[in-house]
Design a protein around this ligand. Structure first.
Ligand code: SF4
Length: 355
């Protein structure tokens, strides 16, 4: 039985863009050429832009621009500003980016309001320079974590880029640097044999069935994500990747029978991870900003996502920004539930944070 579970027959969810555009600068990069060879081998249509600016991607309205963007992969070079890293508490010490934009269609998307302009998926051709810049940010003699999924789903575009694998190979050679990534996709075959040296934590973002079924268009199913996580976590001797792994439960939503639905999610996680592994949980409650609400309502005009300010508390950050979060009583109730239900099912796992 265990053997059947170890190697599930599985066809992963792969995004195939309808249009792939390269800037001239991206084609000058060896990593850009590597991406070009990959997408040509997949017979995907490739165009070279006359200049390094991305133009001609606007539709007739916001919704049309969104549709064009989500079918387009642009291969560009990351601007000089991206070589100055920012911290990303509580997830990691630093964030860096191998791409910006994501092919999925989550109606609560975290990128809404944080990335400017058209949500076209831009992947960076100067990845070797991006990686060699990271060493300066490692705290010598102390584990330093780098999050690579703040502005993209790195696994969702991996079959077109190999960029996540390159990051994993790089961190496998570091003394103090550790990589973290998270995804809602499931094509992990290419990651299982990489020399990660235990320096990459692979996480899957999961949610209760009513949230994933209603709001997470274009992603792999939660069951497939969990099978992918199982394969990443299984020891090499059993055909797995032997990675440290994690679950990001996000965004946690208060819905009818929420405790039953989230209890079922935790049950399915424990069924799939039925062996000893290095496991963490990150718990993120649903929140939105005035800016993200406006963008999301343009992208998903029919959405049933609850973004009623009247039912929320306001949280202000030090720069004057406003977030709408659940009220403190709701937060306490949700937090208590998750912490106790996780401790009961996964006594060895570590809950990294609740927010
Ligand atoms: S997977 Fe993440 S980045 Fe992609 S659409 Fe969904 S929420 Fe946005």
């Amino acid at each position: 039985m265990a053997d059947n579970l170890s190697i599930p027959v599985h066809k992963p969810r792969l995004w195939m863009p309808e249009r792939i555009i390269f800037t001239p600068a991206a084609l000058e990069e060896s990593w850009g050429q590597q991406i070009l060879a990959r997408v040509q081998a997949l017979n995907l249509p490739v165009e070279e832009l006359p200049r390094n600016r991305l133009t001609g991607l606007r539709g007739e309205d916001e919704r049309d621009t969104y549709n064009i963007a989500k079918r387009t992969l642009a291969v560009v070079t990351a601007p000089p500003s991206s070589f100055k890293l920012s911290p990303i508490p509580p997830s990691a010490d630093w964030q860096f980016h191998l791409a910006e934009g994501c092919p999925a269609h989550c109606q609560y998307c975290y990128l809404a309001g944080s990335l400017q302009g058209s949500p076209v998926i831009r992947v960076f051709a100067n990845l070797p320079q991006i990686l060699s810049n990271l060493a300066a940010y490692e705290h010598s003699g102390e584990a330093t974590s780098f999050e690579v999924s703040c502005y993209t789903d790195p696994l969702g575009i991996e079959h077109l880029t190999d960029s996540l694998a390159e990051c994993i190979r790089y961190f496998g050679t570091r003394q103090d640097g550790h990589l973290r990534w998270v995804s809602k996709f499931d094509a992990v075959d290419g990651l299982l044999d990489l020399p990660h040296n235990g320096h990459t934590r692979c996480r899957m973002s999961v949610n209760a069935a009513p949230v994933s079924g209603r709001f997470e268009g274009g992603t792999a199913s939660v069951a497939s994500r969990l099978q992918a996580l199982r394969r990443l976590a299984l020891p090499r001797s059993q055909g797995g990747g032997g990675y440290p792994v994690g679950l990001v439960i996000a965004p946690i939503m208060l819905m009818e029978d929420w405790d039953e639905h989230y209890g079922q999610l935790l049950d399915s996680i424990s069924e799939v991870l039925d062996f000893d592994c290095d496991l963490t949980f990150e718990l993120i409650s649903h929140r939105f900003t005035p800016g993200s609400k406006e963008v999301l309502q343009n992208w998903y005009p029919q959405t049933k996502l609850d973004m009623d300010e009247a039912k929320r508390s306001i949280k202000r950050n030090k720069f004057g920004g406003t977030k709408y979060v659940y009220t403190s009583d709701t937060m306490k109730m949700l937090r208590r539930f998750f912490e106790s239900e996780i401790a009961r099912r996964f006594p060895q796992a570590c809950v990294l944070y609740w927010t």
